[in-house]
Design a protein around this ligand. Sequence first.
Ligand SMILES: Cc1cc2nc3c(=O)[nH]c(=O)nc-3n(C[C@H](O)[C@H](O)[C@H](O)COP(=O)(O)OP(=O)(O)OC[C@H]3O[C@@H](n4cnc5c(N)ncnc54)[C@H](O)[C@@H]3O)c2cc1C
Length: 397
Amino acid sequence: MTQLGRIVIVGGGLAGLATANALAKFGMKAEVYEAAPMLGEIGAGVNTSPQANKALIAIGLGDKISAVGWSAPGAYTRNMETGEFLEFADRAKTSAKYGAPYYTFHRADLLDALASGLDPVTIHLGHRLSAIEDRGAAVTVTFTNGVTVEADMVIAADGVRSVVRQALYGDDNPTYTGQMVWRALLKGSDVPKEVMEPTGYVQWVGSGRHLNAYYLRGGEVINIVTQEDTDQWVDEGWSTSGDPDAMRRSFPNAEPRLERLLRCVTDCSKWGLFTRPLTDNWGRGRIQLIGDAAHAMLPNAGQGACQAFEDAYILARWMDAERDPVKAFANFRRVRIPRVHAVQRLAIARAKFKHMQDSAAQKELITSGQRSGSVSSDWLLGFDPVADWDKDPVVPN
Ligand SMILES: Cc1cc2nc3c(=O)[nH]c(=O)nc-3n(C[C@H](O)[C@H](O)[C@H](O)COP(=O)(O)OP(=O)(O)OC[C@H]3O[C@@H](n4cnc5c(N)ncnc54)[C@H](O)[C@@H]3O)c2cc1C
């Protein structure tokens, strides 16, 4: 195929780099402009589910991600105070059912894997977008370092605080969700094996909060990420350093395994969760928003990055199929918006379920199968981005 025109991607995070790889797969070259002086993510974990990995594999990144990803055979859920076993999510079985793996990654490893598939001269670091102007036949982007670039189309992957979104839709700041996150990385060898269950993946749920702990890099590192309902304002950003004792105090009456895990934390950070309501404002004309810039969501379904990877593959398919970016972007939005809205609704339902005040009622919902918001539904994980990239998605009512 021949180049569709000059393609600019704003933002070299998970969405932007995956999309640059997907475009390259279909013979299109994009220039990526990233604000940070270096590519890299603060250390943390990210999980990807089978349908998102199908997209990454179809993009040609299968070997690179399998080299740095780890597949936990399953995830245990326990009550935070009693330690009562509530549920086992058999990831090995689900992977076999849907024909693709789950992975957990250290974010820095995943970002490196995505970057290593690209020609380094196409990644322009230290370019923070400050303005964008759609002039009908072309788009001009301007960066704070004084550089101006003309493009035939712009893909905005500049995250939840997208400057492109603001330019298109005005004052559309994400708002504090009333939920904050604690995050910590531990050395795997510091934590007794029985704490992490046989699979190296465990979740404790309780009143108004939950905590996930899982192996990264095959157990060399343990990622802890929590979520807690709180009115207390917390800044956004992984790097707001936190007090390990304050983190421990967030989990009063922790059952013995959880208490042992928390005792190992010597360094942590905290993050306020910000998001915005579901919206169809995903771009127009020659400008297309993807990833968190289009559809920031609560992390409860573990799908923010997964949806960005679906975006990457499906956007590239439409750009390959249509010779016109305006048509390609409109078709992309037609098939993506209903599906991503369903995932955003699922994330909200999951947050309510995980933080239920009444643990007996919570258990009853699990055992009766009446729980709304299952993350192992066919419509979510059974989606095949390769076979169905151009079809209207099947979503729950
Ligand atoms: C606690 C937590 C846990 C999560 N766990 C998971 C999980 O397990 N699985 C999952 O699928 N998702 C998860 N997510 C969601 C996932 O992290 C995001 O959806 C994903 O990172 C979005 O990728 P992105 O590229 O759109 O945005 P980002 O990762 O935010 O990248 C945006 C990039 O744009 C750059 N940028 C910003 N502004 C500009 C500008 N003006 N000019 C140029 N560049 C700019 C930034 O520097 C950055 O590199 C989690 C989120 C949180 C908060």
